[in-house]
Design a protein around this ligand. Structure first.
Ligand code: ATP
Ligand code: MG
Length: 226
C-alpha cells in the first residue's frame, strides 16, 4: 500500500465580504497517496485555487482537518509552515509569484539556499532543472524580462527544486504552447509515476486532466469524482 500524502476531512471555507457569505468549500473530503495524480476541474470561480491554497498552507480552512506530508496543516506554527512550504510541498501558482528583483536562476536557487544548500550546489541543481524545462538560456533574466510561458516554467522549476513529496499545480500549462504543455505535463506525471510524488493539478485543459489517475469535479463546494 502506498503511503498517504494528503487527506482532507470535512474541510469548509467561506469568504465573507460585507453582509455576503460565499461558501466556496462544503465539507470536502479527499485522500491521495504516493504515486497518485489527481486533476481538479470545474468552472471558473468554483474554488479550485482556494482548495490548493488551503492544502498549501497559504490560507486557513474554517473547519475540518487537512493533513499533508505528515503535518496537520492548519496547526503549523510559522517555522513549521516555512519548513512545509520549502520542503514538503511544491506549489505552482496560477499567477507566478517570482521575486522580481532576482533572476530566473536566483528564484529557483532560493528554496535550496533557504534549506542550507551551498551556493555552487544550488546553482548547479537549479541550472539543471531550468534546462529540463527549457529555460536555462534565460537564467540571467529578471521576471520582467521573461515571457509569460518562460515565467511559468521558471516557477515550475522553483516549485520542484526541493524535491517535494506533494506537488500542487494550479493551471501549470496555462500560458504554454503545445510543445511546452507536453514537456511540463510529461515532467509532472513522470514525478508521480517514477518518483512516487503526489500531484494535485487544477486545470481547465482537458488533455492535461485526462492524463491524471483520477479527475474530481468541484461544483457547489463539493468534490465529485468524474
Ligand atoms: N480572498 C478572497 N476574498 C473573497 N472572495 C474570494 C477570495 N478568494 C477567492 N474568492 C472568491 O471565491 C471564489 C473561488 O475562487 P477561486 O480563486 O478558488 O476560484 P477558481 O476555481 O480557482 O477559479 P479560476 O478557474 O477562475 O481560477 C470566487 O468566487 C472568488 O471570487
Ligand atoms: Mg484559480
Amino acid at each position: 500500500m502506498n503511503e498517504t500524502t494528503v487527506t482532507l476531512e470535512n474541510v469548509s471555507k467561506t469568504f465573507k465580504s460585507g453582509s455576503d457569505n460565499l461558501k466556496v468549500l462544503r465539507d470536502v473530503n479527499l485522500m491521495a497517496s504516493s504515486g497518485d495524480s489527481l486533476a481538479v476541474v470545474g468552472a471558473s470561480g468554483c474554488g479550485k485555487s482556494t482548495l490548493l491554497n488551503l492544502i498549501g498552507g497559504l490560507d486557513k480552512a474554517d473547519s475540518g482537518v487537512i493533513t499533508a506530508c505528515g503535518f496537520e496543516v492548519s496547526k503549523l506554527n510559522e517555522k513549521q509552515l516555512t519548513s512545509y512550504r520549502t520542503g514538503g510541498v511544491g506549489f505552482i501558482f496560477q499567477f507566478h509569484y517570482l521575486l522580481k528583483d532576482f533572476t530566473a536562476l536566483e528564484n529557483v536557487m532560493l528554496p535550496l539556499l533557504m534549506r542550507g544548500s551551498r551556493q555552487q550546489k544550488a546553482r548547479d541543481a537549479s541550472m539543471s532543472l531550468l534546462d529540463k524545462v527549457q529555460v536555462s538560456g534565460r537564467s540571467g533574466h529578471y521576471p520582467s524580462q521573461l515571457s509569460g510561458g518562460e515565467r511559468q516554467r521558471v516557477a515550475l522549476a522553483r516549485a520542484l527544486i526541493n524535491n517535494p513529496t506533494l506537488i500542487l499545480a494550479d493551471e501549470p500549462t496555462g500560458n504554454l504552447d503545445e510543445n511546452h504543455k507536453k514537456l511540463v505535463a510529461d515532467l509532472l506525471f513522470s514525478l508521480t509515476a517514477d518518483a512516487g510524488k503526489t500531484l494535485v493539478v487544477v486545470t481547465h485543459a482537458r488533455d492535461l486532466a485526462d492524463r491524471a489517475g483520477r479527475t474530481l469535479h468541484l461544483s457547489e463546494g463539493q468534490l465529485i469524482p468524474s
